[in-house]
Write a protein that binds this ligand. Structure first.
Ligand code: PLP
Length: 458
């Protein structure tokens, strides 16, 4: 049994300190970046990105050796921490043996990677389709559901993120949805979010019941025979770590069953330890038909993702071509890193550690901040997956404005803590291997910044 005092963190596995020519390389990195790198999700002229040159465990640092506690896990990704020696060694060894092969070949490492993923999927899941990341996992899951059912529409939440490619970005329901030629057949519903209930609910039970009623009415109104899939994040992540109330996902399953709809759970962010379980949906007494994953499956050491497929859907393609796949699907370096990551997580009790951190340190620490800071509207989460929602008016629940959130972020960085700030929220999402002391350091920085910046805006 993992002891919190004896965490599985790998801090020290990679030499820490100045990398290359110190501050000169920081200046060069920034200059080259600003001159030539076109960044995602940004107005290019307004950027001044942090230089990151190295990392280990829960820390990253620049060339000069300035070190930050990484409460963001680099887009909620490095569940096993930076620089895990076994994963690094597996990638190096695989690169020397065989660095690339076509997807249609059989390869032992790929078979082992599929076996490792399925070992943590529900019973009855038999196959894995490997992708290069989360968006194309959702893209292919949608395609499988459409071909399996012969139907077209996909229902997803307004508050969701499913990736930035054709259908995945249209399934995404909030401001990040980019209309495109794949927009055909996408329908959105409101999911449960008691703090800002769309259903005038005041209890989790009401929120759950009314959200399910809303979903079923939309399904009926759209015409159940036209709906291929319901695609939901098990715990909507970038939309605010919206842990569903008890019974919601099981209720969605019942609706899907009533109308012959494929249930796809997106575990790209919530999966592989982040919630203190291998898959987040395990806490919700639900079995879906397709699971999409990426990020934590190998902590992003090499781009990788996939779709875990239940037997009935897998069988659809026994004698029928599945028209999907990219040159790098099931890439050997990605496969080796998946095997090594899952093996290390099992051996080191990383998932159990994440659960204990959430229960014993991070959850209580954030609850304490919520009790003392008027700017904290709500704290919610589980494991190492938390959001602190900041408000300018605790009664009206008015979100703290972007200018103040920018100051919150700057205040954290000034204290050598790298936060994940999204809209009016600070997401506290460290690696699963974060130590209790590291959590306390991060919370102390947040405590100071809330007092200095956020509370002052209330
Ligand atoms: N699905 C969820 C829930 C995500 O959080 C993300 C990315 O953050 C994606 C899909 C897209 O993954 P990727 O960026 O690897 O394509």
């Amino acid at each position: 049994m993992t002891q919190l005092s004896d965490p599985p963190a790998t801090t020290g596995a990679v030499p820490r300190g100045p990398v290359g020519a110190g501050a000169d390389d920081d200046a060069r990195a920034l200059a080259l970046d600003r001159a030539h790198v076109f960044h995602s999700w940004s107005a290019q002229a307004q950027l001044s990105p942090l230089v990151v040159a190295g990392g280990s465990g829960s820390h990253v640092w620049d060339h000069a050796g300035r070190t930050y506690l990484d409460l963001s896990s680099q887009l909620v990704n490095t569940n096993i921490g930076h620089g895990h020696p076994a994963v690094v060694a597996a990638i190096q060894e695989q690169a020397a043996r065989l660095a690339t092969i076509a997807p249609a070949t059989a390869n032992l490492t790929r078979g082992l990677a599929a076996e490792r993923v399925l070992a943590h999927a529900p019973e009855g899941f038999t196959k894995v389709f490997f992708t290069n990341g989360g968006a194309d996992a959702n893209e292919n899951a949608i395609r499988m559901a459409r071909l399996h059912t012969g139907r077209d529409k996909v229902v997803s939440h307004y508050r969701s993120y499913h990736g930035n490619t054709g259908a995945a970005v249209v399934a995404t329901g909030d401001w990040r949805r980019v209309p495109n030629e794949y927009a055909r057949g996408h329908v959105h519903v409101f999911g449960p979010y008691l703090y800002r209930s769309e259903f005038w609910a005041t209890t989790p039970e009401q929120e759950c019941e009314r959200a399910l009623h809303h979903l079923e009415r939309v399904v009926q109104s759209e015409g159940p025979d036209s709906i291929a899939a319901i695609l939901l994040e098990s715990v909507p992540g970038t939309a605010g770590v919206l842990v569903p109330p008890p019974g919601y996902l099981a209720g969605v399953r019942a609706i899907a069953d009533r109308y012959g709809i494929v249930l796809v759970l997106d575990e790209v962010m919530a999966g592989f330890g982040r919630t203190g379980r291998w898959f987040a949906h395990e806490a919700h007494d639900v079995v879906c038909d397709l699971i999409t994953f990426a990020k934590g499956v190998n902590s992003g050491y090499v781009p990788a993702g996939g779709v875990a497929i239940s037997a009935p859907i897998a069988r659809t393609f026994d004698d029928r071509v599945f028209p999907g796949g990219l040159t790098y699907s099931g890439h050997p370096l990605a496969m080796a890193s998946i095997v090594a990551t899952i093996d290390a997580m099992e051996a080191e009790g990383v998932v159990e550690h994440a659960a204990a951190i959430g229960t014993d340190v991070l959850g209580p620490g954030l609850a304490d901040l919520a009790a003392r800071h008027p700017s904290v509207g709500e704290v919610r989460g589980t494991g190492v997956f938390w959001a602190v929602e900041l408000v300018a008016d605790p009664v009206a629940r008015t979100p703290l404005p972007p200018a103040v959130m920018a100051q919150v972020k700057a205040g954290m960085l000034a204290r050598d803590v790298l936060p994940f700030v999204q809209d009016n929220r600070v997401h506290v999402v460290p690696p699963c291997v974060v130590t209790p002391d590291e959590v306390r350091t991060g919370l102390a920085a947040l405590d100071e910044v809330l007092g200095e910046v956020a509370d002052a805006a209330v």
